[in-house]
Design a binder for this molecule. Structure first.
Ligand code: NAP
Length: 303
């Protein structure tokens, strides 16, 4: 199966690239390992995408997906395990198929960072969650914790405060990285307790989480907080291991790239959160998608 452009990842960057690719008259295949939309589907409200006053992340992603597909992009749900060079062409390998193309765009996004604690994996789905909008409803009327100090943690805490009895917001510093507007709204909430300058050091419970142990960074004091859930919102990390031998990456696993969205390999471009950049936002992902697709078109045309 031969395409002009194969895009790995159907998040905002990949789908934006697909739109620009098909509108330039290229055949475009998007390969996605889970669901379309990437991380934005977990954001209840997007208020900072230019030209759209307010929209849910899920609706935004669905609109983007429909736009790409209606314009002619093909989306297939398969995980890419390797990409190899084959003369002028690239071979994109999944578990079930091998696809060929002239140009590849890596738009793999990033996944939620883990706390790195013992039993974190075992208790995932049994009290440990990385998505408040997906799992928050299971904790209605209960005490929960949110770990993190960025916009995701603040939004999660705000969302959960509407359903849960108490929300403990645990952050390792005094200052928050997230926006003041959300922080101010949280401070108004009577059922939100701020635990600052503290790290979660243990997850406790038999079959399910029953408490977390936090350690104060200044005093070294440890205390158990009884909660039935913890929502981990401590940022993202890239998942680019299948492409380690293909393109150069930085020490954190982000694909090294600049404003032109090129990589260390000719004909392979990159877009969105998976690449080195200062600002990882919906707008910058969409913008990367456009740049990467147009660069891929130029590459194919030999410009
Ligand atoms: P983030 O901004 O990178 O924040 C991660 C937070 O987790 C930071 O407060 C960080 O602490 C903390 N952290 C990181 N590693 C940790 C660890 N090992 N243990 C404990 N705490 C740890 O991540 P994010 O909140 O997921 O946001 C990602 C990007 O998406 C940001 O650019 C954000 O603005 C954007 N976003 C925007 C919206 C919106 O505009 N509506 C919503 C969600 C996300 P330090 O502060 O001490 O480093």
């Amino acid at each position: 199966m031969m395409y002009d452009i194969i895009i790995v990842g159907a998040g905002p960057a990949g789908l934006s690239a697909a739109i620009y690719g098909v509108r330039s008259g290229k055949s475009v295949l998007v390969l996605e390992k889970s669901t379309y939309g990437g991380q934005i589907i977990n954001t209840p409200e997007v208020e900072n995408y230019p030209g759209i006053q307010k929209i849910s992340g899920y609706e935004f992603a669905t609109n983007l997906y429909n736009q790409a597909v209606n314009l002619g992009a093909e989306v297939v749900y398969e995980e890419v395990t390797a990409i190899e060079e084959q003369g002028e062409l690239k071979k994109v390998v999944t578990k079930d198929h091998v696809y060929e193309c002239h140009s590849v765009i890596l738009a793999t996004g990033a996944r939620n960072r883990r706390l790195g604690l013992d039993r974190e994996e075992e208790l995932t789905g049994a009290g440990v969650s990385y998505c408040a909008t997906c799992d928050g409803m299971f904790f209605r009327g209960k005490d929960v914790a949110v770990a993190g100090g960025g916009n995701t943690a603040l939004e999660d805490a705000l969302f959960l405060s509407n359903y849960c009895k108490t929300v403990y917001l645990i952050h390792r510093r005094e200052e928050f990285r997230g926006e003041k507007k959300i922080l101010d709204a949280l401070r108004e909430k009577e059922n939100v307790v701020f635990i600052l300058n503290a790290n979660v050091i243990r997850l406790n419970g038999e079959d399910r989480l029953s408490s977390v142990t936090v350690k104060d960074k200044n005093t070294g004091e440890e205390k158990d907080i009884p909660v039935s859930g913890i929502f981990v919102a401590i940022g993202q990390e890239p998942v680019n291991q299948p492409f380690e031998d293909l393109v150069k990456m930085d020490d954190h696993g982000y694909i090294i790239s600049g404003e032109e969205c090129g990589t260390s390999m000719e004909g392979v471009f990159t877009a969105g959160d998976c690449r080195t950049k200062q600002v990882r936002q919906l707008t910058t992902a969409a913008s990367d998608g456009a740049v990467a697709a147009l660069q891929a078109c130029n590459y194919i045309s030999g410009v």
